[in-house]
Design a protein around this ligand. Sequence first.
Ligand code: ATP
Ligand code: MG
Length: 414
Amino acid sequence: MSKLQPVRGTRDLLPEDCRRHRAIGDTARAIAERYGFGEIVTPIFEFTEVFQRTLGETSDIVTKEMYTFPDRGGEMLTLRPENTAGVARAFISGGLGQMQPLKFFYAGPMFRHERPQKGRLRQFHQIGVELIGVPEPLGDVEVIALGAHILEVLGVLGKTTLEINTLGDAESRNAYRAALLEFLRARRDKLSAESQERLERNPMRVLDSKDEGDRRIVAEAPRNTDYLTPAAAEFFKRVTGGLEALGVRYQINPFLVRGLDYYCHSAFEFTTTELGAQSAVLAGGRYDGLIETMGGPPTPGVGWAAGIERLAMLIAEPAAPARPVAIVPIGPAAEAVALNLAHELRHAGVTVELGYRGNLSKRMKHADKVKARAAIIIGDDELAKNAVMLRDLDSGVQELIERARLIERLAPRT
Ligand code: ATP
Ligand code: MG
């Protein structure tokens, strides 16, 4: 077993990493709760069909990125690549339609088989929200404002730009799709092989292309805003107007699209230039047709997801854990007392580091290494007096304290 490695694109999160991840999850959850979003946890695997139908047979995720396998009973299962489909499935299978509007927050691991690089993993983590049952533009505004609020509290809003676009309603999209298709077909030969392939199946996806040549062509392409029905244009105006009223700054990006049929109206992304090629931090949109596509009742929805690993690279160092008090016994008799003392103090709410071995100097070094705020030194003298020497490790000041008074001295005041 000399070369036992983690699977490519997966990572162990050590305590430091976990503290960053937790700071993000806890902050997001607390703010989402302030907006009335309650947490939902769906399974990390679902029947493959759940994703195939919702994400669209032609999407990158479905064609290239899913971890799909037959389980022992022969059912095809997929590790969730994202959580909107799972939430929509829960809405349908749980019969939650009577309780609208529904507001969900989630946090957890997602799985995509893509090329690992900085900020792009095969197992990564997302936080996200879904607002189900609100067809009004106010829903989009609230969901985007919640995203901005979370980024603000995490201290990363200033490092991002909110890009927003509208896909309009079905009529707008069909008109635009036709115009775009005509434009792109006339330039077919100049498109990249991948875009040529996407062209007929899903021309909107060509707008997404990262290929330089494609981007030059796309820059000249018709703009979807010219094909909006009056109702769709009004919807978008109310979304941007709501953001303006809240002071949420945005830029309209006419090339920001979600190519799938059940996406409509708002599509948005908070992007950053600080993470190299991985620019998207938080992305989402309105998906009014999704639940119906999955076989549920027609139900509007809007939401977003953000990558925790990407956020973790942008936030400041989270607050350090409580500094411990180190117990430093000298000799076997003191060691027995130390074990009991650690137990009592911990039950009283004190963070205690109990060294396991070594003489005074070794143990003091260890106390230093764990950044202890104080050392409780117990030698023969102290034992005889039923006391301990309490040394403040920042000031070096020490004093003899009766054992019975130690808890009162060290326990956090409540
Ligand atoms: P990208 O364009 O970077 O591939 P995406 O459009 O596939 O992103 P979404 O499906 O919208 O991403 O997911 C929302 C967020 O989840 C992204 O903005 C990003 O922060 C994060 N994310 C997506 N894929 C990964 C990944 N493989 N590793 C880490 N984070 C990811
Ligand atoms: Mg992707």
